[in-house]
Structure formats: structure tokens, C-alpha cells
Ligand binder design. Structure first.
Ligand SMILES: NC(=O)c1ccc[n+]([C@@H]2O[C@H](COP(=O)([O-])OP(=O)(O)OC[C@H]3O[C@@H](n4cnc5c(N)ncnc54)[C@H](O)[C@@H]3O)[C@@H](O)[C@H]2O)c1
Length: 350
């Protein structure tokens, strides 16, 4: 299995985006978010997307260097128009802005519309917790193509509508709940398809609403199910509410427009802990709470209890040491693209 140094992947991604006309500062933000996703184990949001993002640049769906417009603003709120920039770039700026506002207001809330894919939400919540704030972020797809069937339905009506909350603590790893409200993030279906693997039962249904393990059935008109399997009404309810925050509250809209660009509407809210409880005390409490939770003896088939974000933290340590596995098909697509853009072989092969 080919394992790659994260630095190699980041330099290659950077070179490809720059060759596609992306300003260097933005290319570096996009490359670093994508490789970080690979490092923490979310390969579905990693370098696998490079060819797709480049296609979107070609179609004008992603606009490198797009202006970051503040549509309206108060001391503790803002509405951002990303003008179809890279979602990573726009949302990173928006999260920085929210953190800056909450330094003097205690709480800040922003909405973001008209930007492309923001990738792994955990990165933005981590920015908040690194600034000693709780960070909440949700995303949806506006009128973009849909992936998820509502509970009780079989046709796609929702995005995978992720929600993410990060909390500062004294633990080694960041406490971050970062989850699609669907049974699985859509990228994990394409990853399984690229790897020639089946997906677990309960992730998707085929075009007739029948449960299936073949990832190809999803692309042939099937749908992803909401999180929760036989309790899917709760996952569906969460997804519905994510749509309220990221689609309707942002003014992005909803529905299915087959020609719509990929559009991650975003809701961001940050809470400056010190305004509510002494920071040091709170961070200690969160650590003690996680340690208390972890004292639960493991259930059959489990080795231990993890706090939200711990699995990603452990995976990151491992992958930093051992490198990142990239499946042959993904590597073939990336290197073919890089060569077509005259990226030097020294960068492709490190
Ligand atoms: N930008 C977008 O449009 C978009 C859409 C959907 C998902 N995503 C991203 O996709 C990524 C994957 O989402 P997902 O729902 O497949 O994640 P997941 O199911 O792998 O993990 C969800 C959460 O569960 C926690 N977790 C995982 N295993 C655990 C265990 N054994 N014990 C305790 N906690 C555990 C993780 O730390 C994480 O917080 C996320 O980073 C999300 O932000 C992005």
C-alpha cells in the first residue's frame, strides 16, 4: 500500500492549485485543509477531491481569489458572501472574524453563503477551541444536488448537512464532535467506489429504496439514509434543523437545481468561555468529564470509550508517523492532472 508523507501531498496539492490560477495564499489554505483531513482519517475529505475542485474551477463553480464580502455586520454578527471562492478560504476567514468579534462581545454569530465545499468542519471548530472558545458550525448544500433521503422517504431531498462543535479543554487532543447528519459523509461512498469496496448495510438505499451495500447503487439514483438507522427520524430531524441554520437563515435557499454549483451555506457561532466561566476551571472540568466518561468499562467488541474527536487525534499521531495511504486510483487521477498542468516531476514524486 503506497503511504505518502503529508508534506509531499501538501506541496503537490499546492502546486496543482497554483497551476490552476489560485493565489498562493489560498492554495496553501486549501492544500493544508485537505491533507489534514487525510491525516485525521477522513480520506473522504482529503486529496481525493483535488481533481473535482479543479473541474469546478474550469466550470467557474469555484472562483480562486474571489472577494470576501461583508454583506452586513454588527459587533457580534456578520453576513458573509464568499462570491464562490474556495469554501476552505472563505470559512477560515469567517471563523477568524467570529473569534475576533467574540474577544470583545463574548458571543459572535456569522452566516456565510455563496462559497464552495468547506471540507472537514472540524478544522474550523478547532480554530475556535484553540482561541479558548466553543465553536459551533453547520453546513448545507442550498439548492445544490442532494444526497440524503428524509426519514420515511426514498428520494434525495437533503444534503449530508454536517454539524460540528469544538470545546476547549486540557486534554491532549481537541474535543470536537464533527458529524454528517447522514449515516455517512457522501465522500465515503466515492472512496469505497474508488477502493472497490462494499459499504456497510444501513448507509444507502438503491433507486427503489432497497437497502444495498454496493456504492454504485448510490450513483445510479439511490440515496444516503439519515444518521440513526432504525432511529433515523432523529438524524433526519437534526438534518432538517441544520438546513434551517445553514440554508434558510443564510438566505441560501433550498430545493434541487441540477445546474446549481456546489454551495456550502454555513452557520458559525462562537462562545468565549471566559465570559461564562473562568477558562482554566472550564478546561479542567472538560478534561475531568472526558476522563470520567472513559472510566466506563468497554462493551463487548470495544477496546475503550473515546471522547468526540479522540479517534481523529489518535489517527493523526499514527499517520504523521507512518504516512497517509492513498489508493492507486486516487493517486493516478491526481498525478495525471498534475502532469497535464506541467507540475514538475520533482514535486509529483517528491
Ligand atoms: N463540507 C461538507 O459539506 C461536509 C458534509 C458532510 C460531512 N462533512 C465532513 O465529513 C467528515 C466525516 O463525517 P462523518 O459523519 O462520516 O464522521 P464520523 O462518523 O467518522 O465521526 C463522527 C463523530 O464521531 C466521533 N467518533 C467516531 N468514532 C468514534 C468512537 N468509536 N467513539 C466515540 N466517538 C467517535 C468522531 O470523533 C466524530 O466527532 C466530517 O469531518 C464532516 O465535517 C463535510
Amino acid at each position: 500500500m503506497p503511504n505518502f508523507e503529508p508534506d509531499h501531498l501538501e506541496k503537490l496539492a499546492f502546486a496543482i492549485y497554483v497551476a490552476k490560477g489560485t493565489p498562493e495564499e489560498e492554495a496553501s489554505v486549501v492544500a493544508s485543509h485537505q491533507v489534514k483531513a487525510n491525516l485525521v482519517g477522513h480520506d473522504s475529505h482529503g486529496v481525493i477531491h483535488i481533481p473535482e475542485y479543479c473541474e469546478r474551477i474550469d466550470k467557474g463553480h469555484i472562483v480562486p481569489g474571489a472577494p470576501f464580502d461583508i454583506v452586513s455586520e454588527t459587533d457580534s454578527t456578520a453576513v458573509i458572501d464568499g462570491n464562490w471562492g474556495f469554501g476552505f478560504v472563505v470559512t477560515e476567514k469567517a471563523m477568524k472574524m467570529a473569534i475576533d468579534k467574540a474577544k470583545s462581545t463574548g458571543v459572535a454569530t456569522l452566516t456565510v453563503r455563496r462559497q464552495s465545499h468547506i471540507g472537514r468542519l472540524g478544522d474550523y471548530a478547532t480554530m475556535a477551541l484553540n482561541s479558548d472558545m466553543i465553536g459551533l458550525i453547520t453546513a448545507d448544500s442550498g439548492a445544490g444536488p442532494k444526497a440524503v433521503a428524509p426519514f420515511g422517504g426514498r428520494a434525495r431531498r437533503l444534503g449530508t448537512n454536517p454539524i460540528c462543535i469544538g470545546v476547549p479543554s486540557d486534554l491532549d487532543g481537541p474535543v470536537v464532535l464533527d458529524m454528517a447528519t447522514s449515516a455517512v459523509a457522501a465522500g465515503k461512498i466515492s472512496l469505497a467506489r474508488n477502493r472497490g469496496e462494499e459499504v456497510p448495510l444501513g448507509w444507502i438505499v438503491d433507486k427503489d429504496g432497497n437497502p444495498t451495500t454496493d456504492p454504485n447503487d448510490y450513483y445510479a439514483g439511490g440515496a444516503i439514509l439519515p444518521v440513526g438507522a432504525d432511529q433515523g427520524h432523529k438524524g433526519y430531524g437534526l438534518s432538517f434543523m441544520v438546513e434551517m441554520f445553514s440554508g434558510l437563515f443564510t438566505g441560501l435557499g433550498f430545493g434541487i437545481d441540477p445546474k446549481a454549483r456546489h454551495n456550502d451555506g454555513c452557520f458559525i457561532s462562537v462562545y468565549n468561555v471566559d465570559y461564562f466561566r473562568p477558562l482554566k476551571e472550564f478546561k479542567t472540568s472538560v478534561k475531568e468529564f472526558a476522563e470520567f466518561i472513559k472510566t466506563s468499562p468497554p462493551a463487548a467488541g470495544f477496546s475503550e470509550v473515546f471522547y468526540p474527536g479522540e479517534v481523529e487525534h489518535i489517527t493523526e499521531q499514527k499517520r504523521r508517523a507512518e504516512g497517509v495511504y492513498i489508493e492507486d486510483e486516487t493517486w493516478r487521477q491526481i498525478t495525471e492532472l498534475a502532469r497535464s498542468l506541467q507540475v514538475p516531476e520533482s514535486i509529483i514524486n517528491n
